[in-house]
Design a binder for this molecule. Structure first.
Ligand code: AMP
Length: 289
């Protein structure tokens, strides 16, 4: 197995990608914040299957964290990350520095409007502007043919897809399913913050989402009723504080009254100080006869 290259500058990254492209290889790209787990590994493996030369970026992006969020204590585990990248088949890791990504006089940002007004947007002001800006910069540095993102961050997926469409980025966005622990908890770098008690409660978030899915399968279509049941269920979990639990149109992320077109059921819950998000999609049923 070849060892994974490590690039710490924009120029080194561009040079390695240029060489791969000149030899006819298609470039796959997986942007991450590190503290890699099996969810990230699945994205890297999927990139390997779709392309020939896979770049992973590891960058804890300061502009997507709020002042009271966990930027400084976000886990940084480079050695373990390198091993995971290697095993999953990445060719290189780009490790941007904050100073090269955000030189002192940089004042340009990328903002996708409307889609950032719901779900995580209001709870995390400026978060998606930080995400879009860094992803746009990374796309311009790596110039990938395909970039892969996890459905775990469903709103981020929709926003990046929209940014790529609106701003004509020459990249295909590939979305991969959420990878879960055996008990259903969505894998997340933040799961390591959970106490033993919180970890025991955490799988009930996904169970609550599945209950919505079951209710719809049994014929319930009323979104207000489904949402209120879901909110009550999550708010009653021991040690939990509900941020949001919403059922929205899966494409436009706008409100819907009945489950008709495909919907996104998305939740954010604090267990102690750790904010966990999860979601699932419900297929559409077409208009009522
Ligand atoms: P992060 O390092 O949390 O910024 O995530 C980097 C990428 O991995 C994003 O596209 C995430 O959606 C994706 N990701 C994170 N957790 C999972 C998971 N459990 N399953 C699939 N993809 C994931």
């Amino acid at each position: 197995m070849n060892s994974v290259e490590l690039w710490e500058s924009i120029s080194a990254t561009r040079e390695a990608v240029r060489r791969a492209r000149y030899s006819g290889q298609r470039i796959g790209f997986v942007p991450t914040m590190g503290a890699l787990h099996d969810g990230h590994a699945a994205l890297i493996r999927a990139a390997r299957a779709s392309t020939d030369f896979v770049v992973v970026s590891i960058f804890v992006n300061p502009t997507q964290f709020g002042p009271k969020e966990d930027f400084s204590k976000y886990p940084r585990t480079l050695e373990a990350d390198q091993a995971i990248c290697q095993q999953a088949g990445a060719n290189g890791i780009y490790l941007p520095s904050v100073t090269e990504m955000y030189p002192e006089r940089s004042v340009s940002v990328v903002e996708v409007t409307q889609l950032d007004q719901v779900l995580c947007g209001p709870s995390r002001p400026g978060h998606f502007r930080g995400v879009c800006t860094v992803v746009a910069k990374l796309f311009n540095i790596v110039l990938p043919d395909v970039a892969l993102f996890g459905q775990k961050d469903a709103q981020q997926c929709r926003i990046i897809q929209q940014m790529v469409r609106d701003l004509n980025f020459p990249v295909t966005i590939q979305i991969e399913p959420t990878v879960r622990e055996a008990d259903g908890l969505a894998m997340s770098s933040r799961n390591r913050y959970l106490s033993a008690e919180e970890r025991a409660v955490a799988p009930r978030i996904y169970q609550a989402l599945q209950k919505v899915q079951d209710r719809v399968a049994w014929g319930e279509r009323d979104v207000a009723r489904l949402e209120s049941e879901l909110q009550q269920e999550l708010a009653s979990l021991p040690g939990a504080r509900l941020d949001y639990a919403r059922i929205l149109d899966n494409e436009s992320l706008t409100m819907v009254a009945i489950v008709e077109r495909p919907c996104l059921v998305a939740v954010a819950v604090f267990l102690g100080t750790t904010r966990l998000i999860d979601n699932l999609t419900i297929p559409g049923f077409g208009p009522a006869p």
